[in-house]
Design a protein around this ligand. Structure first.
Ligand code: SF4
Ligand code: SF4
Length: 375
């Protein structure tokens, strides 16, 4: 095992391979507060990539209702029970990662789901933690809650799927950090399925190989965001590039949200993979639950998000989500207009932070008609 630095843990950790960063790293921010669980993302991915034989059960993108939704069943709670997770001391993780907890002779501590675990992909949909009292829904946070968690492969900095593979069939692309399976090398041992704590790599029984989210790399190569991003009805997603924390650029949307505002956080950082999909935590969920999912910065992130109306740059950037299909590596706000730009600073899109409201008169004198959509 090599020693590598994991900034999300605030310390070095053991990993099967030495540190080897790509030229740039694909990353994303998902705003959980805006997801409506319409599953458009799920279907956009399904119809693009996994409509073939042997792929019927695969959902490279899924959306589950937390805390009772899972795909596959119990993917997170099962591992949390196995992991000697320890505590966070400030921003430093004091417990063991899945690499450090591996048994002798194994590279990663993991488990492999059964076919039955994949049988109910939307189990627990809209299940709340308890009965909501009459009128309670008007107060936030209220005692009983649920929220939607959209999930794809995290294209981790230290992928467990890659570390687990005895054939060396999984690789991380140098040009963008996207994690892929070399189909010609894979022999279907399924060690990757066991190793990935997020269960985002799947075995295809028809081909005898493993398959996973490819971050729509043919689109990324043209500067376009993946299918599940551009089809997102709730406009919760933004794709881009993440820098190392000490190299964060204030005009890079992902850096700004993750490193500067620290409002977007990794999912289960304690597993140790340095995942590259970052979540703005739900504001109405108990702090201890957010902390378990998103780490020690969750409470401060919720506070910063709530303060967005007083933080023009943050509010402006949140308006940019879902405003263009292009990746916007840079942004700029001037007054009440926020602009997404390419690397060279050329404008991709400008979005007003306040749209004017037009109330049409019920009777249109010009056309002499009564409008039925007016009171
Ligand atoms: S989320 Fe899982 S499948 Fe994706 S890169 Fe990380 S370990 Fe591999
Ligand atoms: S398309 Fe967007 S809003 Fe709809 S479920 Fe997916 S992430 Fe949520």
């Amino acid at each position: 095992m090599a020693q590598v630095y994991n900034w999300q843990l605030g310390r070095e950790m053991s990993y099967w391979y030495p540190e080897n960063h790509p030229k740039r790293q694909f990353a994303a921010v998902f705003d959980t507060n805006k997801c409506i669980a319409c599953q458009t993302c799920t279907l956009a991915c399904k119809t693009t990539w996994t409509s073939g034989r042997g792929q019927e059960y695969m959902l490279w993108n899924n959306v589950e209702s937390k805390p009772y939704g899972f795909y596959p069943l119990a993917w997170d709670v099962k591992l949390l029970e196995m992991l000697n997770s320890g505590e966070w001391k400030g921003n430093k993780y004091d417990g063991q990662t899945i690499f450090e907890s591996a048994a002798a002779g194994e590279r990663v501590m993991g488990w492999r789901p059964t076919p039955q675990d994949y049988a109910y992909p939307n189990v627990g949909e809209d299940d709340c933690t308890g009965q909501v009292d009459v009128g309670a829904l008007m107060q936030i946070p209220h005692m009983n809650w649920f929220f939607y968690l959209a999930r794809i492969c995290n294209h981790c900095t230290y992928p467990a799927c890659l570390a687990s593979c005895p054939r060396g069939s999984i690789y991380k692309r140098q040009e963008d950090g996207i994690v892929l399976v070399d189909q010609s090398r894979c022999r279907g041992y399924q060690e990757c399925v066991k190793g990935c704590p997020y269960k985002k790599i799947f075995f295809n029984p028809m081909t005898g190989t493993s398959e996973k989210c490819i971050a729509c790399y043919p689109k990324i190569e043209q500067g376009i965001q993946p299918q599940c991003f551009v089809n997102c009805i709730g406009k919760i997603r933004m794709a881009g590039w993440i820098s190392k924390p000490n190299e964060a650029k204030p005009d890079n949307p992902i850096d700004y949200l993750v490193h500067i505002k620290k409002i977007a956080l990794p999912l289960f950082p304690q597993y140790g993979l340095e995942p590259n999909v970052y979540y703005i935590p739900p504001v109405h969920v108990p702090a201890h639950f957010n902390r378990q999912l998103f780490g020690p910065g969750a409470e401060a992130a919720v506070k910063a998000y709530r303060n967005a109306p007083n933080d023009m740059d943050l509010a402006g950037l949140l308006h940019l989500f879902g405003s263009s299909e292009m990746i916007m590596p840079r942004f700029h706000r001037q007054g009440e207009t926020v602009t997404g730009m390419d690397e060279k600073g050329n404008k991709i899109v400008s979005v007003p932070m306040h749209e004017p409201v037009h109330i049409r008169p019920a009777y249109d004198k010009l056309y002499q008609i009564q409008r039925t959509n007016c009171p």
